[in-house]
Ligand binder design. Structure first.
Ligand SMILES: Nc1ncnc2c1ncn2[C@@H]1O[C@H](COP(=O)(O)OP(=O)(O)OP(=O)(O)O)[C@@H](O)[C@H]1O
Ligand SMILES: [Mg+2]
Length: 141
């Protein structure tokens, strides 16, 4: 699916829609690999996704690598900007998170392409030349 949005709220709404769809399907776990350049709206996407589960505390975990939010679902929010390679994943307990029930959303998942599990949902966000607040959001399941 490809969406075209014109505001931060638009991106949050698309993310909320994905959360609603997964929850409605009874899917209690999913791995969502976020891709897109700096400042494009990856954290905004996580914020919208989490809002569906009553979570309103999403902040970029740049310094902690992973934030856990517990609401009507568990959300594990990774930001791998500072990860230099796939070996670094072990020290943050990545495998343990994969085994847990909940939604895993990963910013800068491009950095660990080889460690993205099968069945992951890919979300690619890009800017357009038309408007600074416009984004194309491609969701591939
Ligand atoms: N359509 C849009 N969708 C998302 N964010 C938008 C949009 N239009 C403008 N913005 C702004 O762009 C910024 C996106 O910031 P955000 O932290 O979500 O990006 P990010 O991809 O997580 O960045 P980083 O790579 O640093 O983690 C915010 O300031 C947001 O308000
Ligand atoms: Mg971010």
């Amino acid at each position: 699916m490809t969406y075209n949005v014109s505001s931060t709220e638009g991106t949050e709404q698309v993310a909320r829609g994905l959360a609603e769809r997964l929850a409605t399907l009874g899917r209690e776990s999913a791995y969502i690999a976020l891709m897109g350049e700096m400042g494009v709206g990856k954290t905004a996407f996580v914020r919208g996704f989490a809002s569906y589960f009553g979570i309103s505390t999403v902040k970029s975990p740049t310094y902690t690598v992973v934030n856990e939010y517990l609401g009507e679902a568990s959300i594990f929010h990774f930001d791998l900007y500072r990860i230099s390679n796939e070996d670094d994943l072990y020290s943050i307990g990545y495998d343990d998170y994969l085994a847990r029930r909940g939604y895993i959303l990963v910013e800068w998942s491009e950095r660990i392409a080889g460690e993205i599990p099968e069945g992951a949902i890919y979300v690619k966000i890009s800017r357009t030349a038309r408007d600074e607040n416009e984004r194309i959001i491609e969701i591939t399941e």
